[in-house]
Design a protein around this ligand. Sequence first.
Ligand code: PEP
Length: 251
Amino acid sequence: MRKKIVAGNWKMNKNLAETGELIAAMKRNFENALEADIIIAPTFTNLYYAFEECKDLKVKVAAQNMHQEEQGAYTGEVSADMLKSIGVETVILGHSERRAHFGETDALLAKKVNTALAHHMTVIFCFGEELKDRKNKEHFSLVKHQLKNGLFHIKDEDWDNVILAYEPVWAIGTGETASPEQAQEMHAFIRKTISEAYSTKISDNVSILYGGSVKPNNAKEIFAKPDVDGGLIGGASLDAKSFVTIANAIS
Ligand code: PEP
């Protein structure tokens, strides 16, 4: 079902003590009943702690990545089963930093998606164009390509466990945001692309988050757009007040 969602990607920030402080500060700030579902994605070492701390809150905990294989000789990697065994049922896949710094391709992401879905996890699937693609007016075709190659092999019923995050790479961590109109235009295009490949029932039901320098001062305008169902927040999710203000910008 289509939901309003605000998710915080903490990336490689916050040690255990800092994770505790940030969650405690979030708890203090969550005074109002929130319209949105809230997800936080701390780093692997703090997931279990965060899960335990957030149990009594309306906050889900997600991993930032996951390996595609079930188990075995993959030094340094973390499996779906390991995540599920500590209560983590949501995973971010395809973040542009994973694509750029760790060579994650659409083909690899398709495998990761399959593994996560086979474990009944929810996938937050990230994708988005680089600045050169937008300058060359190739942003729509690039996004379509990423969706087709990373995600469009899934079955109709799998869409219940997928959240999309459109994140133009040029807007991530740069302070430069897509305008609300640019976000709406792309989100409408994404919905149309899904309805063509699957059905309007599926495209109407999927939550599409926008990510890329969402801050307390621009969240309301972006979230007000009809095809924007919330945000994936990087930098601003590391500050409890900013994150809660952004979460409250959902109406
Ligand atoms: C992100 O990393 O997913 C992100 C959107 O980062 P930022 O909000 O800092 O641009």
